[in-house]
Design a protein around this ligand. Structure first.
Ligand SMILES: C[S@@+](CC[C@H](N)C(=O)[O-])C[C@H]1O[C@@H](n2cnc3c(N)ncnc32)[C@H](O)[C@@H]1O
Length: 268
């Protein structure tokens, strides 16, 4: 594959593209990331420059290519039981909810390939048993949602999963699938997956007891963070919990929720 250079001008056009599409603020200096991730799309269409690819995106002659470019320019790193403190809190909330008749509703709002919502599902299934609960997982990346739907992962992603959950909710791959795990079908069926761009007005999703918005705000500009958080908090029930990544904060972003611990907020 010939090496095609990404010019500074083309890079700033991609910065604009991903900001308009997803609210993602891509810092200067990420040229290698953009060219590394998009080079195969140029090869696919046999294009000679990134400007040609930008023209193809603008022309909308290949509408699915817009989604493909968004998929490739987002960062999707995730794993099971990331930031375990949040799952300990979820367990306590599920125990409290056990006796009530309304279903406990949880939203994993940037669910990537599904490790976060399936971790949530394991805790809810374990604690709530037959009591009702609902779980929504959403992401802007259709490629990641497809992976979430499959529920098939390399075993390394489960390094922090409690062994009892691995045994109870996952099938260990055999033969050519050795080193992988498959989330059992019953649990997969409990997760509702939906394509959703947090940077746009929300579709009807209902209200939630717990919202996970973890490790996605870091990619947004301050103004986008404010808009996204306000939009999501409007869907949180009074008394509900809002969980963000450990390297994130709501300082300067929203003061309508109360910090109860680092990265854990509660709506009054
Ligand atoms: C680093 S992953 C975080 C996954 C998970 N929440 C966790 O903490 O492990 C960030 C995810 O945010 C998604 N994302 C980025 N911009 C988005 C947007 N505007 N709307 C919805 N999802 C978005 C990406 O596709 C990616 O899957």
């Amino acid at each position: 594959m010939p090496v095609i250079t990404l010019t500074d001008r083309e890079f700033s056009q991609f910065q604009r593209f991903i900001f308009d599409a997803a609210g993602i603020f891509m810092a200067n200096g990420k040229q290698a990331l953009v060219s590394g991730r998009l080079a195969k799309r140029l090869a696919h269409y046999q294009l000679q420059s990134y400007s040609d690819y930008l023209r193809l995106l603008e022309s909308r002659s290949e509408p699915s290519e817009l989604q493909m470019a968004v998929d490739l320019l987002t960062t999707n790193e995730t794993y099971f039981f990331r930031e375990p403190k949040h799952f300990a809190l979820l367990r306590d909330l599920a125990l409290e909810a056990k006796s009530r008749s309304k279903p406990l509703r949880v939203w994993s709002a940037a669910c990537s390939s599904g490790e976060e919502p399936y971790s949530i599902a394991m805790v809810l299934a374990d604690v709530l048993g037959e009591a009702p609960w609902e779980l929504l997982g959403t992401d802007i990346s259709t490629r990641m949602l497809e992976r979430a739907r499959c529920g098939h992962y390399p075993m390394e992603r489960a390094a922090q999963m409690p062994p009892a959950y691995l045994k109870r909710y996952c099938l260990k791959g055999q033969g050519s699938e050795a080193g992988t795990l498959l989330i059992e079908r019953a649990l997969r069926n409990r997760l509702q997956l939906q394509h959703l761009n947090l940077n746009e007005p929300l579709p009807k999703v209902g209200s939630f007891d717990v919202i996970f918005l973890r490790n996605v705000m870091i990619y947004f500009s301050l103004e986008t963070k404010r808009q996204v958080v306000a939009r999501l908090l409007a869907q949180l029930r009074p008394g509900g919990y809002f969980l963000i990544g450990h390297s994130e904060t709501l300082n300067d972003i929203n003061d309508t929720v109360k910090a109860v611990a680092p990265s854990i907020y509660r709506k009054p």
